[in-house]
Design a protein around this ligand. Structure first.
Ligand code: 4AD
Ligand code: MG
Length: 434
């Protein structure tokens, strides 16, 4: 007799063991009844397998319970694995015993549902093959990113999520009540990562960042996962080198270790295996020239939007860097470029084929006076940054760092139309539930 806690064989393993009796545990992915037989496709986290339940084997009572079971019912099934060319992956299980754990109610998701409805029932849509594949890739991506940095002797640090001020856009902060004070959800952990290089030298924080983005685009989330490495004695050049190594490493591992997932999204693993250093580096000045050659009306000093990012990367197979942007477009902590004081020492990494900015990074102004000057120029509230300025008072060192948007990377690698499928429960301007 099957019991709920009987140890199952993963479906992906069971389908290789023809001729033996196996127990699998999962959910009813598909089901149809033909005569005295019920064909059930059982799904677990490793795959799906077709099973056939015969009334004459299983008995009238169990058969009719199963016949009424809804899609997504949970069950254990025991049976012999047999070769069958008609079955989806070439094998079929002939059930000798079934334990229906929970049949529940009719599953609300049927074929051909609108994208909005699937977002409303996101908690259930996560069981789809599409979301299963995307969420596995996401988990692997987290692992690859961490393992790369751990191998490079970084320490992982944990920043606060509640802060009194921003460091980036400022305008896009989420406000919250903090006892009797005003506070904000962090938009970047960089300033805290900077504080920790004075003790740990090479650090990264891996945490959510929050942006009250009013723009409805396919690449903006209000809450996203942000990997932010920060390194003592790095400059713009060594910063870019580290970024291209990191991105190449995770792209290559994604290609080598996840053939099935990439196939599901119609991504050729070769396209990710080709991602190798060095990446093209173009200055903001030449990017503007290139854009104008391509017919864009963008003028020097203007920021890039979706169209410009697409124009710049449409012919690229690898990500590119655009470096030294106008200071007006960038945050207060970026140092002025001594060779052209209209610009700052920074670089953005753009994904190929118009997937947009995946990394923003820069050197940090590490000298107190020029930093203060820049903050005054930008009319910032210096009081909020007293502690940050202290970092420039005691044993300051040159340093640099960057921020990588995990969902942006995944959107690019899996060639997703929309960033929302790169995160289980997306937060966007019109989406807070589930
Ligand atoms: O370019 P950003 O704003 O840079 C920073 O926050 C720096 N403090 C990072 C650092 O140097 N430590 O954001 C960095 C990256 C972007 O390149 C993008 O990949 C991602 O974060 N990002 C978003 N991802 C999803 N939704 C959004 N609304 C995002 N905003 C930025
Ligand atoms: Mg940026």
């Amino acid at each position: 007799m099957l019991k709920a806690y009987t140890k199952p064989t993963p479906v992906s393993k069971a389908i290789t063991r023809t001729g033996t009796e196996e127990t699998i545990r999962g959910w009813i992915h598909r089901k149809r009844t033909v005569g005295g037989k019920i064909f059930i496709t059982v799904r677990d986290r490793t795959g799906v397998v077709q099973c056939v339940v015969d009334k004459s084997v299983i008995g009238e009572k169990l058969w009719s319970v199963l016949d009424k079971a809804y899609l997504e019912s949970s069950l254990l099934l025991r049976g012999v694995v047999k070769k069958d060319d008609r079955a989806p992956n070439g094998v079929e299980m002939e059930a000798s015993d079934v334990l229906l754990v929970h049949s529940g109610e009719q599953f609300p998701i049927t074929e051909y549902q609108s994208a909005e409805f699937l977002l409303d029932v996101r908690h259930l849509w996560l069981r789809s093959q599409r979301m299963i594949s995307a969420m596995k890739a996401r988990s692997y991506l987290f692992r690859y990113l961490r393992e790369f940095l751990d191998k490079q002797s970084f320490y992982e640090i944990t920043p606060p999520i509640i802060t009194v001020s921003g460091g980036e856009t400022g305008a896009n902060l989420f406000k919250l009540e903090y006892f009797d004070r005003k506070a904000y959800l962090t938009e970047s952990s960089q300033l805290y990562a900077e504080a920790m290089i004075y003790s740990l030298e090479k650090v990264y924080s891996f945490a959510p960042s929050f942006r009250a983005e009013k723009s409805r685009t396919v690449k903006h989330l209000a809450e996203y996962w942000h990997l932010e490495p920060e390194m003592a004695y790095f400059n713009n050049a060594t910063n870019m080198k580290l970024q291209e190594k990191l991105v190449s490493s995770v792209a290559n591992r994604m290609a080598k270790e996840n053939d099935g997932i990439l196939k599901f999204f119609n991504v050729d693993p070769e396209s990710l295996l080709r991602i190798k250093p060095p990446f093209k580096r173009i200055s903001y000045d030449s990017a503007i020239e290139l854009l104008q050659q391509k017919g864009s009306t963008k003028k020097w000093g203007e920021d890039f939007g979706v169209d410009e990012e697409r124009l710049l990367t449409e012919d690229e197979d690898k990500p590119i860097f655009v470096y030294n942007m106008p200071k007006e477009l960038k945050a207060f902590y970026m140092p002025i470029n001594p060779k052209d004081p209209r610009t700052v020492l920074c670089a953005d990494m753009l994904a190929p084929h118009g997937h947009g900015e995946i990394i923003g990074g820069s050197e940090r102004e590490w000298r107190l006076e020029p930093l203060l000057e820049r903050m005054k120029e930008m009319k910032m509230n210096i009081d909020n940054y007293k502690w940050y300025l202290d970092l420039r008072r005691y044993g300051s060192v040159p340093h640099a760092g960057f921020g990588l948007g995990v969902e942006r990377i995944l959107k690019w690698m899996l060639n997703l139309d929309h960033i929302r499928d790169a995160i289980p429960f997306p937060r966007m301007i019109n989406r807070l539930v589930p």
